[in-house]
Design a binder for this molecule. Sequence first.
Ligand code: NAI
Ligand code: MG
Length: 353
Amino acid sequence: KTFRIAAVPADGVGREVVAAGREVLDALASAGDFAFDWAEFDWGCDYYQRTGRMMAEDGLDQLKAFDAVYFGAVGWPSVPDHVSLWGLRLAVCQGFDQWANVRPVRFLPGVTSPLRKADHVPLDWVVVRENSEGEYAGLGGRNLAARGPGSEVAVQSSLFTEAGCERIIRYAFELAATRERKHVTSVTKSNAQQFGMVLWDDVFRRVAAEYPHVDSDSCLVDAMAARFVLRPEELSVVVASNLHADILSDLGSALAGSLGLAASANLNPERRFPSMFEPVHGSAPDIAGQGIANPIGAIGSAALMLDHLGLPDEAARLERAIEATTAAGVLPRDLGGTASTKEIALAVIDSLG
Ligand code: NAI
Ligand code: MG
């Protein structure tokens, strides 16, 4: 079988890590009975400089025909970040109703975690992020006609719908039911945000009652940040709103060793539209162009894509190859090693077995 994949490397290290991930995927395919038919799109901040748009006007129509989108990262100092993010990454996530953003956090062998006890504690959780509404619903505006300096007011509202809360919470319970530790922790700030997040809590209690074999608890986001650091071994599936899960998943990946390690899937679970697979990190302008970016987040995202394409054995093979690579001490700069982006990709390919 041939899978049609749209590669959108976009900006900065996104280009470097997507190139590395593509090499690994092609190596995997050449040894298997499937193939990837790639189309690469040059959308991103350079494209914006040329055209005034982050992606083609009919970009979503162009992507619709693909089995999946393999994404790098958006953002470059030449374009305001809210323009680049909304113009490309959020346009795809929201346009294709990729309402579940799944972000696994795992402790890899050979990687030193800032958590002292991490050598003994197997970190293994999944952050499930609501990816279609919440704080990133894009509702609000600025009072640009404000009278005089210092008088402007801006409103940024969150949107929580019962249906939106229910589908992501249910997704989290279904996922937890497949894991060894059948536990879901819901994260809100419903003491201070008394409308949307209280609705979320109500829906969470209702859905939890339908899953008697999955344990659950609720935690306020500030306490959760501390719990990530102090008692990470308690966690299995963590479900949270768009903003909270965004922050917690960066914290989680840093605790596992580096932001460069973290993989993610933006899923349209109904499969009406393609899903998108991307590392959690951004375009890292501070290290872009040097060939030293950590590609493990992007390669792990490729494994999530294989799983989504119906190749779970290949996904597991790729996960094992990543573990063998870090266990052998082939580590990028951000993990204290010296290996380049390309060297890590080659080491993963060598470890595919
Ligand atoms: P960032 O994730 O790009 O970088 C944060 C820090 O982590 C930097 O020190 C960077 O060098 C390091 N880092 C990130 N990825 C790495 C990798 N693969 N290997 C080694 N080190 C890595 O976040 P930052 O600096 O806040 O944002 C930079 C740009 O990326 C901005 O334009 C922002 O809007 C955009 N961004 C895009 C995202 C996306 O496309 N999904 C997500 C987050 C930020
Ligand atoms: Mg983020």
